[in-house]
Design a binder for this molecule. Structure first.
Ligand code: PHE
Length: 354
């Protein structure tokens, strides 16, 4: 056998071995290993090609050509396999990364909810709009005229003291209640007038049951012939709607400069009056059986006079007014007695009051 025949057979064998190896690779990395083994600098085939120059001149041509053809064939096999493998890997990835867009989303954010003061505010507003009242807003920075004088609250009244009230200047304060809107509303609107005015108010107080900034809802009804019975009926309907059930309310004599007579309104303790936890043990009323919920009364004639309009002359119209603290209503409904918790905004607390 001539040298060149032996060489051609060896080339043939190497090509077949390479083809078999290429075919069994399953990853790009494996394929690269095979490429280095069959075509790399130390591989047999390239070295055989170099040996072609030592053949007799007549044999060099065919031998060289055969070896180059083999090399080309192996390179093609490598390229084809590379394409196949990358296609297979791509397909595998597509299957693995498949997204089912029809599945429900995984919840990432906790549900939000209204703050207990906001929801109580809205509940109160809902009850009164249901009874035919309109809702007004007022200003938080108010003149002493509307906050005190027009409300029959004389210059020596203790509520005017700087220890109780935030003064912006001599005759401007942060309103200490929503009552200034009584006179403002009557100045603007004609009777009959049925309005509630929710909003922020300010007092120099800070402990478990008093905040320097809190919320009130003022109520005002003016029309010829309104009596204290109308006040009682309105607030009874309110109490039933807010505290639920067939509970009773009572009027207790009190004093406010801007109402005459003045009353405080108590609601029967919804926690203990049906008997199951009574006496001193009731944590809500502490055995009193009544809970104070708001101040109210017949509008004092001096307040109607301060409006200065013929339509509101005390001989022509009468009315009632009331004012309640939103925090107090929320506190009674939730049974959580420390108001400071309501403004700390600890989510663990707020979540319990949704
Ligand atoms: N403004 C009074 C308060 O803040 C409440 C009130 C309003 C009383 C209307 C009577 C009439 O305590």
């Amino acid at each position: 056998m001539s040298e060149s025949t032996a060489l051609l057979e060896r080339v043939q064998a190497l090509q077949e071995a390479a083809a078999a190896q290429i075919e069994t690779t399953t990853t790009a990395a494996e394929l690269e290993e095979v490429r280095v083994a069959v075509l790399g600098r130390k591989a047999e085939l390239p070295n055989l090609l170099r040996g072609v120059s030592e053949l007799p001149p007549a044999e060099r041509g065919p031998a060289g050509k055969a070896a180059n053809v083999a090399r080309g064939a192996i390179e093609r096999l490598l390229n084809d396999r590379k394409a196949e493998l990358s296609q297979a890997e791509e397909a595998k990835k597509l299957v693995a990364d498949r997204l089912d867009l029809t599945l429900p989303g995984a919840p990432q954010l906790p549900d939000g909810a209204l703050h207990v003061i906001t929801s109580t505010w809205r509940d109160i507003e809902d009850v009164f709009t249901g009874l035919g009242f309109s809702v007004l807003a007022g200003r938080e920075v108010e003149s002493t005229h509307y906050n005190f004088d027009a409300l029959n609250t004389g210059p020596t009244h203790p509520a005017r003291a700087e220890t109780d009230t935030f003064y912006v200047s001599d005759n401007v304060v942060l309103r200490t209640h929503t009552s200034p809107m009584q006179v403002r509303a009557m100045e603007i609107y004609d009777p009959p007038l049925y309005v509630v005015i929710p909003g922020r108010v300010y007092r120099r107080d800070y402990d478990a049951t008093h905040l320097p900034q809190f919320h009130q809802v003022e109520g005002l009804a003016v029309e010829p012939g309104i009596t204290l019975s109308d006040l009682k009926g309105t607030l009874l309907a309110f109490a039933k709607a807010i505290f639920g059930g067939e509970l009773d309310i009572r009027l207790r004599p009190h004093f406010f400069p801007f109402t005459e007579p003045s009353v405080e309104i108590d609601v029967a303790c919804f926690n203990c009056t049906d008997g199951w936890v009574g006496g001193d043990r009731c944590p809500v009323c502490r055995g009193e059986q009544w809970l104070e919920i708001l101040g109210a009364g017949q509008i004092d004639p001096n307040v109607l006079r301060a409006v200065g309009r013929e339509e509101y002359h005390p001989e022509r119209v009468q009315g009632f007014a009331f004012g309640m603290g939103i925090e107090r209503i929320a506190m009674l409904r939730s049974g959580i007695p420390d108001l400071r918790l309501y403004i700390e905004n600890d989510v663990r607390f707020l979540e319990q009051l949704r």
